[in-house]
Design a protein around this ligand. Sequence first.
Ligand code: BMA
Length: 325
Amino acid sequence: MFEEIPLLVRAEENPILSKKDISYNAALIFNAGVIKYHGTYYMVFRNDYLGYPPINKVGIGGVNLGVARSKDGIHWIPNDKPAFEMHDDEIERMYDPRLTVIDDEIYICFAVDTKHGVRGGIGKVIGDFERVEVISMSVPDNRNMVLFPEKINGMYVRLERPFPVYSRGGDYFDIWMSDSADLKYWGNSKLVLGAEKVPYCNNKIGPAAPPIKTEKGWLTTFHAVELDPNRGKNGWEEKWQKIYYAGIMLLDLKDPSKVIGFSKLPILAPKAPYEREGYRNDVIFPGGMILEDDGEVKIYYGAADTVECLATAKLDDLINLCLKK
Ligand code: BMA
């Protein structure tokens, strides 16, 4: 297990959202996307709820996405019913939402488990989080998609994490980038960061929260996984051998496939009790990042696949960390 760089401050209110805050069927509340939109904070969170027949051994029956609002980004008021769910003969569930505002419209990226593989979905949020108009769905396997908040060189850009299981030597995956003229047809794909470059990863990395624009470059978090074959039962699972860390990187403003620098140690490593113990122990999974006017950065993350948390840092410290050789 790696230790984090002492830079981020965990919110005293953590977990900032958990099942006790939800008035409908909810078991695990985590991996949220967060935006600040016209002065209000909005969160779309993942809810694994109890149901029958269960989709796993602990009685989870399905997954939906809920919405919560906040005036300060710390205290949240969830809606009294879930917002989005996808389920049909082919699609099993949507999960792990990420939110990006582009030209005053709210877009959502999400993972989709289907009977024929994992797909990355992109949609537009319609009305007051009433429904998602799906714009595109990738071929399998791909997920952890995040959109940049503006066009770059006239194109929409996304970070993504395909899973090349044949050619990459197992569960060993990297961060990629593609662009699109219309959010529907994606191409011009490029490697951004290889998993082998990240010292606290021996397994896979993936995009985390959508990037924020700074003078020095696009600042964006990623998750990095350490696989420890000596770990056995961790959390509710019979065998959970992974540890999920958060890292941060700075990408070139004009060509975001170029990494200017990244943190050589995690910015968040499982430490607090709510990160160390839950459904899957030792998981930190960021999905939202907001830059405030005073230079504070709020990073929202799912902890132990069970609750949603917040940690903050100063923008300059995060940038300097990425620039450090
Ligand atoms: C990933 C995804 C995430 C989850 C993480 C840790 O593969 O399934 O939703 O938070 O594993 O369990």
